[in-house]
Design a protein around this ligand. Sequence first.
Ligand SMILES: O=P(O)(O)OC[C@H]1O[C@H](O)[C@H](O)[C@@H](O)[C@@H]1O
Ligand SMILES: [Fe+2]
Length: 191
Amino acid sequence: MPDFATPPISPFAIRFDAEAATLSPEGPTLERRMSDLEGLFADHDAWQAAVADGDPVVYRVQSSPVPEADRELPQSITTIERGTTAGECWMTKGHQHPNHQGEIYLALHGTGGLLMFDGDRVEWLDMTPGTIGYIPPGWAHRSVNVGDEPYSFLAVYPGGAGHDYGWVLEHGMGNRIHRTGDGFALRPYSA
Ligand SMILES: O=P(O)(O)OC[C@H]1O[C@H](O)[C@H](O)[C@@H](O)[C@@H]1O
Ligand SMILES: [Fe+2]
């Protein structure tokens, strides 16, 4: 039996407001600005120009108080602003779980997508309100706003799974998502 340092926390209710895209009580909140997405957009000069031009918030993550600890099951709501950097849709950094475990995302507002990459195969799921996207163990995942308004989703994930961002910097995500005249397009990854 593994030796767990801390016991699970006590039961409690979390108020989930899908309309407002909030969890209550609130846990930690984080903001990711353009400067936090270094090395992720194809056009480095355009990324740098956006950092210099106000360093906008690209997305926010609001978590419940459930800790990111082994055997716990935390939740968070992520809202990605609408925007593009040299035509590439704004997105989360994307990560791999070092301790391969599954995760679910439930789309709440706006129009998004879930890009997944296992180092070999690429998968894309259209995410509109009510869609649950399933992320199997071992698939790196990134969310993308492909719509005309902010895109929000609820995530429920194993607290001990961890976040490996270096994996995405090293391997990419298989595809890049570009805005086109009448929507968006998946393009093969280029460094
Ligand atoms: O971690 P990122 O790739 O920046 O994605 C942002 C966040 O999206 C979801 O809310 C996940 O549950 C979080 O674990 C993740 O941190
Ligand atoms: Fe994850």
